[in-house]
Design a protein around this ligand. Structure first.
Ligand code: DC
Length: 213
């Protein structure tokens, strides 16, 4: 059994790349950001505006994956968790120790049962410290903003480029400066800056490392 850990900032292409890589390797794909987003959605929908309320609600929360879809308490929330509002809320909620502890343990449990490509912010450093393969993806702010802009357009949302840039910069700051498991490259992770790399070449590069070529 082996795992592939992929970390990187918002807009680095992690999700798309992890999904395609998992397909190529014929193993499961786990999007851990979606789990933080699902909790953020629950907090929003159920007005869980204090840590106490959230802590209590998490005791009975049910987060499940089926193929690429994520289910919160048996409801498919895959599309609902992709708004800018939930992005911000997820970033805030991901600072809470009790949220991280719960999700890390679920993630480790998933990876103990089957080979996975798991992507997030702390996979190579915390969740799967012993992963056989570790990658840290990054790209310039400009390319990340442009990708997010295009992604949103594909979803029918026309965004303001400057607002997107501010959001990404803010989220980078939040994710890299939080006390608990900040976003950082694991010392043994392979760094890939994909600002000027297309999807196919990026995946091919990762496959080469994995195949030891
Ligand atoms: O990858 P994403 O944008 O969907 O993640 C949403 C938020 O969740 C992100 O701002 C940081 C947080 N996150 C985290 O703290 N740890 C992870 N392993 C994955 C995501």
């Amino acid at each position: 059994m082996y795992s592939v850990a992929i970390d990187g900032p918002a807009g680095s292409g992690k999700s798309t790349i992890a999904k395609l890589l998992a397909k190529e390797l014929n193993i499961s794909y786990v999007d851990t950001g979606a789990m933080y987003r699902a909790i953020a959605l629950k907090a929003k929908e159920e007005n869980l505006d204090t840590e106490e309320k959230l802590k209590h609600a998490l005791k009975s929360i049910n987060i499940d994956f089926n193929e690429d879809r994520i289910f919160l308490d048996d409801v498919d929330v895959s599309d609902k968790i992709r708004t800018e509002e939930i992005s911000k809320l997820a970033s805030d909620i991901s600072k809470l120790d009790f949220v991280r502890e719960m999700l890390v343990s679920i993630q480790q449990n998933i990876a103990s049962k089957k080979p996975v490509v798991m992507e997030g912010r702390d996979i190579g450093t915390v969740v799967l410290k012993d992963a056989k393969y570790k990658f840290f993806l990054t790209a310039s702010i400009d390319s990340r903003v442009n990708r997010r802009y295009k992604q949103n357009l594909e979803r029918g949302i026309k965004s303001d480029i400057e607002e997107l840039r501010e959001d990404i910069v803010k989220r980078d700051y939040n994710d890299t400066h939080r006390k608990n498991s900040p976003l950082v490259k694991a010392s043994d992770a392979i760094l890939i800056d994909n600002s000027n790399l297309n999807l196919e070449d990026n995946i091919e590069l990762m496959l080469k490392y994995i195949r030891g070529e």
